[in-house]
Design a protein around this ligand. Structure first.
Ligand code: TXA
Ligand code: MG
Length: 355
C-alpha cells in the first residue's frame, strides 16, 4: 500500500469554513473506502468506513495488524448503535446514555451488517461514541460508523498528536486531521457487555471504581490483574507500545525509586549507553542521563497518562538505548490503567523498589 502524499490538515477552530471543508474532504475519503487518521479524546484513530469490508482490510495492511485483532466501530449518536448489534437491554441503553460520549468501548453481539474485517470473524462487535468534537463531526459527515484502531504501526506506542501519526503513516494514508494533543492519552476502557456482570477487558480512564455505580458488579478481566493468565481481549496479548530502547519501570516510594533510577542511569552511562529518564515534576534528582522528561506531578497521574506515549516516542527520536521511568501504584484506580500500558511498553520490566 503506497500513497504519494499524506496530507496533514491542522484544524484549530471547527467553526471556520476551511475546517468544515477539510472535514467534508475527510468524510468523502472515508465514504470512498480510503483511510483517514483523526483525533479523539483518548488517542488518534486510523479510520475507515466501518461497513465496508475492503476498506477495513486496508487498516490491517497500513498498521501491519494481525488479522485476528478486531476493530472498534465509532458512532456519533446512540441511535446508530441499534442496527450494529443484535439486541440492547434497558441496562445497556442506560449505561450508554449516561457514559457516552466518552472514553469507553462496549462489546455486544454483532448484527448482520457488521463486516468480518471489523470483528476478525467473531460474533461480537466493539462500539464507541467518542466525545471529541472533531471525531463526532467526521463520523456524522461520513454518514457511516467509522472503524478505527489507534493510528500507530502495530506494536508501537499509540499516537497522541498528529506528528506521531505522521511518523508511522507517512506515505501510507492520504490524510491526517491534526487536532493537537489528545486530552486523555491512553485508549478507551473496553467493556464486555455480552456477559453479566460486565467485564473490563482493557483498563482506561473510566476505572472499575467509577463504573461500579453504573454497571453494578463490573470486574476487571482477571488476566489484567494477575500474572500468567491469558487475556480475553485479542489485542491484549500482542507486543505493545514498545519504544526502540529497552524501557524499565521502577515503582515504590518516591525517594528510593529516584535513587534506583539514578544508579541505573549512571551504570548505563558508564557502559557507554545513551540514557533517557522519565520521571515526575517534583523529582529534583540530578540524573547522569542524556535526556530527562518530567511528565507532570505525581499528585495528578492523569498528566502521566496524557504524556506517556508521546514521551516514549520522543525518546525514540532522541535515539536513546535505554529508558528508566518512574511508575505509579498499580493496585487501584487509574494507576491500574496507566501501569497496564507502562508494563507492556517495558515488556514486563517493572521493578518494585523496596527500601
Ligand atoms: O480509545 C480507543 O479505544 C482508540 C480510539 C481511536 O478510539 N482505539 C483503540 O483501538 O484503541 P485499538 O484497535 O487500538 O484497540 C481496540 C481494542 C483491542 O485490544 C481489541 O482486541 C479490542 O479492543 N476489541 C475490539 N473488538 C473486540 C471484540 N469484539 N471483542 C473483544 N475485544 C475487542
Ligand atoms: Mg491500539
Amino acid at each position: 500500500m503506497k500513497q504519494e502524499n499524506t496530507h496533514v490538515i491542522r484544524i484549530d477552530d471547527l467553526v471556520h469554513k476551511e475546517s468544515q471543508q477539510a472535514l467534508d474532504e475527510a468524510a468523502a475519503l472515508i465514504r470512498a473506502g480510503e483511510l483517514v487518521a483523526f483525533p479523539t479524546e483518548t488517542v488518534y484513530g486510523l479510520g475507515a468506513n466501518g461497513l465496508d469490508d475492503d476498506a477495513c482490510k486496508k487498516i490491517f495492511e497500513a498498521k501491519r495488524r494481525p488479522a485476528d485483532n478486531p476493530l472498534i466501530l465509532h458512532v456519533s449518536s446512540l441511535d446508530e448503535v441499534d442496527r450494529l448489534v443484535r439486541e440492547l437491554t434497558e441496562e445497556d441503553r442506560a449505561a450508554m446514555r449516561t457514559l457516552w460520549p466518552g472514553p469507553m468501548t462496549l462489546i455486544f453481539k454483532k448484527s448482520e451488517i457488521v463486516p468480518d474485517a471489523v470483528t476478525a470473524g467473531g460474533d461480537t462487535v466493539a462500539i464507541r461514541f467518542p466525545s471529541h468534537e472533531m471525531a463526532k463531526q467526521l463520523i456524522r459527515k461520513a454518514g457511516v460508523p467509522i472503524a478505527a484502531p489507534s493510528a500507530n504501526r502495530s506494536g508501537r506506542p499509540s499516537p497522541t498528536n498528529a506528528e506521531d501519526v505522521y511518523q508511522d503513516m507517512q506515505g501510507i494514508i492520504p490524510m491526517i486531521l491534526d487536532g493537537g494533543n489528545c486530552d486523555i492519552g491512553i485508549e478507551s476502557t473496553v467493556i464486555d457487555r455480552t456477559v453479566s456482570p460486565p467485564v473490563i477487558l482493557r483498563p482506561g480512564f473510566y476505572t472499575q471504581e467509577f463504573l461500579e455505580e453504573y454497571m453494578p458488579g463490573i470486574q476487571y478481566d482477571s488476566a489484567l490483574i494477575e500474572e500468567g493468565q491469558i487475556p480475553k481481549s485479542p489485542g491484549q496479548k500482542y507486543k505493545h507500545y514498545a519504544p526502540k530502547a529497552a524501557f524499565t519501570v521502577f515503582v515504590g516510594k518516591h525517594k528510593p525509586v529516584y535513587r534506583e533510577i539514578s544508579e541505573a542511569a549512571k551504570t548505563a552511562k558508564e557502559a557507554g549507553k545513551k540514557v533517557g529518564v522519565m520521571t515526575f515534576e517534583e523529582d529534583k534528582t540530578h540524573y547522569d542521563a542524556d535526556i530527562v522528561l518530567r511528565l507532570g506531578s505525581y499528585r495528578d497521574i492523569t498528566a502521566l497518562a496524557k504524556h506517556l506515549f508521546a514521551s516514549l516516542r520522543l525518546m525514540d527520536r532522541a535515539d536513546v538505548d535505554v529508558i528508566y521511568g518512574a511508575g505509579v501504584d498499580a493496585h487501584a484506580g487509574y494507576g491500574i490503567s496507566i501501569m497496564n500500558r507502562m508494563r507492556k511498553a517495558a515488556s514486563g520490566r517493572v521493578i518494585e523498589v523496596v527500601e
